[in-house]
Design a protein around this ligand. Structure first.
Ligand SMILES: Nc1ncnc2c1ncn2[C@@H]1O[C@H](COP(=O)(O)OP(=O)(O)O)[C@@H](O)[C@H]1O
Ligand SMILES: [Mg+2]
Length: 237
């Protein structure tokens, strides 16, 4: 039988060693498993500090999981690659073709204008500059970012303006897997509705989405499934 998952997480655990506190071991994620198929939106639920962002960072391999597997189906080849054991080159390639991650805050690149920041993931897939810039502009129009800002580097933008640049960058390339960490935290109600629409459109085209939303309305509007992420009791080493 064909295995159709887009993302398969098996017995994932993550702890941190706090070197500045005598090497205390802090377990954050313990034995989480789930499968995600095309078109599904899994919402991570849990209180602040429970480990939701840590889980998402493990999925993107910003953090190396302590144990378990994170199998991602690569765009194109359809091959399943385990982010936990993958080489840095394989991770970079999976990020280029398959995974998109919208963090809560934009990591701005000095001197690069907003349109270029947004177009970059599409250019990396071989799209023409004209088409990538047109799509970036269309997304910024939808997200109501004033046109006078489009050519400027986002370093001086407000929190909500930077977040909209980040969202546009995350959605422009229509990757098979979207990881969203509180993408609406600094947005007003109208722009939250735009993000809800973008997430629904992504699911409709077959993307698998894992999201964290502090806003109950957004979460209700997009979730097809939920996964509780519960705080663990700290363990001393
Ligand atoms: N790089 C890190 N080093 C040490 N502790 C960390 C690190 N990243 C996250 N943590 C800790 O892991 C716990 C979970 O954090 P986080 O995943 O950000 O929670 P959530 O997103 O659910 O609010 C917190 O106690 C946090 O301090
Ligand atoms: Mg978080």
């Amino acid at each position: 039988m064909q295995d159709i998952h887009q993302l398969k997480v098996e017995h994932l655990s993550k702890h941190f060693i706090l070197h500045n506190q005598g090497g205390v071991r802090m377990a954050v994620i313990d034995d989480i498993s789930f499968d995600l198929g095309r078109g599904e939106c899994l919402v991570l639920d849990g209180p602040s500090g429970a480990g939701k962002s840590t889980l998402l960072r493990c999925l993107y391999a910003n953090y190396l999981a302590s144990s378990g597997a994170i199998r991602v189906r690569a765009a194109g080849s359809g091959e399943c690659i385990d982010m936990v054991g993958a080489t840095p080159q394989a991770i970079i390639e999976l990020r280029r073709t398959t995974l998109s991650y919208v963090s809560q805050f934009l990591r701005v690149i000095p001197r690069v204008g907003a349109l270029d920041v947004i177009a970059e993931p599409l250019l990396a897939l071989g799209e023409s500059r004209a088409a990538a810039m047109a799509r970036a502009a269309a997304l910024l129009t939808r997200l109501n970012l004033p046109e006078r800002l489009w050519q400027l580097p986002p370093a001086t933008f407000s929190g909500g303006e930077q977040q909209r640049v980040n969202i546009a960058r995350g959605f422009i390339a229509e990757k098979p897997v979207l990881l969203l960490d509180e993408p609406t935290a600094s947005l007003d109600a109208a722009n939250r509705q735009v993000v809800i629409a973008l997430i629904r459109e992504a699911c409709a085209r077959g993307a698998a989405v894992v999201g964290i939303f502090h806003d109950g309305e957004v979460s209700e509007a997009v979730a097809t499934r939920r996964l509780p992420v519960l705080p663990l009791t700290p363990l001393a080493a």
